[in-house]
Design a protein around this ligand. Structure first.
Ligand code: SF4
Length: 435
């Protein structure tokens, strides 16, 4: 006899913040405009190092299995999960928003349920790399390593920024890894940006509805010698080192591409080993040939959508267009850079037929990997904002089907969440684009 799936219950919090599973109501999820009960096989157990979040002035809703009605009870606050890196959210929680509810801060909100004495989330593991798992590392040992670097390199402003702000204030995983001498080191260099993303985590306009950003924009531009010194420190301590320009605490690194080109050239001239990567909005295509010539290995281009209208609504570019991003990708592949897309996935908006078509076309311009990242933003606000500026022809098909169909169209694609180690140079899997 076929085994029956367990019943997944709605989760809610009382006025004191205690979290319960509901005795009767079932878990409901939200994908764009649609509310649905999830299939148990699509859920995953809440991964370690995830956090539960109460959603203020939002009432939990669940499905009454007897009547088929969607129900809510006052005093039952909605709860979501902020899941550990390496996992992608495929549905948001369903809730009823009360009058005067504040906007939610910049996190990704995964739908949460409870079954068999465990929490379950609407998410999928897309990368098993352990680089952002810290539960087994004592905070004291990170602080000890950070202090030792501070004492030795007190005159390096970039290193001091990484230790004093990124490690101590923002708990940035890349910065903590640099302190520990492992994986990917961050190299923030840029104080400015030529975009105004709705969900930028380092700077918002004065009239933005999101008054608080989790990080502050870098306030100085490091010199070449400071950048190279940080790279050299990492190269001597880390096994298979990765160095990444373009971090959460800065603007876009391509606005400083000459400085970065010089830094890479100096580092490589002294036989600096490892993968040099740049995380960017991909707006300045003329930077690509000099960067590749200097010794850049890979580029990760962030997009919320491969459809120009949706991209422009979110990025609000100043002085460039989506076509420039496409040109950057083409040139990067033509110059043998490994190109990843940092796809800021949002259930119900990213997983439509129209997006699949546009994304497959963009991937054909030279993309070797998709990093399935979560768009960290208030789900209801983003969903409304995108639908005000764009008419959607189809509903979301769901992350798993979307991933499968994209791979059918572009079989060379690699999927993951983190920038891969590629040595100094690699042969990209993506076919050469037509220039
Ligand atoms: S491209 Fe990056 S730095 Fe620039 S506005 Fe967008 S998120 Fe912020």
């Amino acid at each position: 006899m076929a085994k029956k799936d367990p019943v997944v219950r709605m989760v809610f919090a009382d006025s004191k913040g205690n979290i319960y599973d509901h005795p009767d109501l079932l878990m409901l999820t939200r994908r764009g405009q649609e509310w649905m009960t999830p299939r148990f096989s699509d859920l995953m157990e809440l991964p370690p190092e995830s956090e539960l979040m109460l959603l203020p002035k939002r009432q939990a809703v669940g499905l009454n299995p007897t009547t088929g009605d969607v129900e809510t009870e006052s005093g039952q606050t909605a709860v979501a999960a902020f899941i550990a890196p390496g996992n992608t959210v495929w549905a948001h929680p369903a809730y009823k928003t009360e009058e005067g509810a504040p906007l939610l801060p910049f996190f990704a909100y995964a739908a949460l349920g409870f079954a068999n004495d465990h929490f379950y989330v609407a998410a999928k593991t897309v990368d098993t790399d352990c680089r952002q798992q810290f539960a087994h590392i004592a905070k004291a040992s990170i602080a000890r390593e950070a202090n030792a670097l501070r004492r030795t390199y007190a005159n390096n402003r970039l290193l001091m920024h990484i230790m004093n702000n990124c490690v101590a204030r923002y708990d940035c995983p890349a910065a903590r890894n640099f302190a520990l001498g492992r994986f990917e080191a961050p190299l923030p260099t840029s104080t400015t940006c030529n975009a105004r993303c709705l969900g930028c985590i380092s700077q918002q306009d004065k009239d933005s509805p999101f008054p608080i950003t989790p990080q502050c924009r870098l306030t100085f531009i490091p010199r070449v010698d400071e950048i190279v010194q940080v790279m050299e420190i990492h190269s001597k301590r880390a096994h298979n080192p990765i160095y990444s320009f373009g971090q959460g605490c800065e603007g876009d690194p391509l606005t400083n591409w000459e400085l970065i080109t010089d830094s890479i050239a100096h580092f490589r001239a002294k036989k600096g080993p490892g993968t040099i990567n740049i995380n960017t909005n991909g707006s300045i295509s003329k930077a690509i040939v000099p960067l590749a010539t200097a010794g850049l290995t890979s580029i990760r281009v962030s997009i919320n959508s491969a459809q120009p209208a949706l991209y422009t609504t979110y990025y609000r570019p100043k002085g460039y267009r989506f076509d420039d991003v496409v040109e950057t990708i083409r040139l990067a592949r033509a110059n043998n850079l490994f190109v990843s897309l940092n796809l800021l996935f949002f259930p119900g908006i990213t997983d439509t037929e129209e997006e699949l078509e546009a994304l497959a076309t963009l991937v054909g311009c030279g993309v070797s990997m998709i990093q399935w990242r979560n768009l960290n933003i208030d789900p209801e606000w983003y969903n409304t904002t995108m639908r005000q500026s764009h008419s959607f022809q189809t509903f979301g098909m769901g992350l798993m089907l979307f991933m499968k169909r994209l791979l059918d169209r572009c079989p060379w694609l690699r999927y993951g969440y983190f920038n891969p180690y590629l040595g100094e140079k690699t042969i990209p899997q993506a076919p050469m684009p037509r220039l």
